[in-house]
Unconditional design. Structure first.
Length: 195
């Protein structure tokens, strides 16, 4: 396994992934990270090894994924609890203490971070980040590229659109349109300034 991203999130993933060979990173000033060698990305280096992009920013992760020629793998912390019916797609990362209940779907290159709970029949899109201690109740849908901030709760059956930001500690009681920023308890949409 190769991890792309020699930074904090990469260090966390490397701490429970025993088969990490080395890191790729765009910063050519880093030679060693978390006890592993760091290389600039090259499609010819270990081209048969699986790779996971360990960068928390959804937009950056999507941009990097578009230029990768390696085959994407997944990483799942041994302390997570995942029902056998859950579908976890390529490039995704399930961290320590995560619980994912039956019939949930985790999209490509999505991070479900420490201690998050994803209940039955949730659908999480590609390039999402479900931050630490988030609770997604049953039948929640989260659109592509959305960040659900630490400690947030989303009630059953709620749909969150694409490329949204849900502020830390928010409680989402109703559907959220694409490209929205929501904060608070109860969650409210922050108006966007338009020029």
């Amino acid at each position: 396994m190769i991890l792309y991203g020699a930074s904090g999130h990469g260090k966390v993933v490397a701490s429970f992934s025993t088969d990490v060979q080395f890191f790729f990173d765009d910063n050519n000033g880093i030679e060693l990270f978390a006890g592993k060698k760091v290389h600039l990305y090259s499609s010819s280096i270990s081209k048969n090894e699986l790779i996971v992009i360990t960068i928390g920013n959804n937009e950056i992760r999507k941009s990097i994924a578009s230029g990768i020629t390696h085959i994407f793998g997944t990483v799942i912390a041994p302390s997570s609890e995942i029902d056998a019916s859950v579908l976890i797609q390529e490039g995704s990362q399930i961290l320590q203490g995560v619980i994912i209940q039956c019939s949930a779907i985790i999209g490509k290159h999505t991070i479900v971070n420490t201690g998050a709970s994803v209940d039955h029949d949730c659908i999480i899109g590609d390039f999402c980040h479900i931050a630490p201690q988030v609770t997604l109740c049953g039948n929640v849908e989260v659109g592509e590229g959305t960040l659900v901030g630490a400690g947030s709760t989303v009630i059953p059956g709620t749909k969150i659109g694409k490329w949204c930001t849900i502020g830390a500690g928010s409680v989402i009681l109703s559907d959220v349109p694409d490209h929205s920023t929501v904060v608070g308890n109860p969650g409210r949409i922050i108006p966007q300034n338009r020029l």
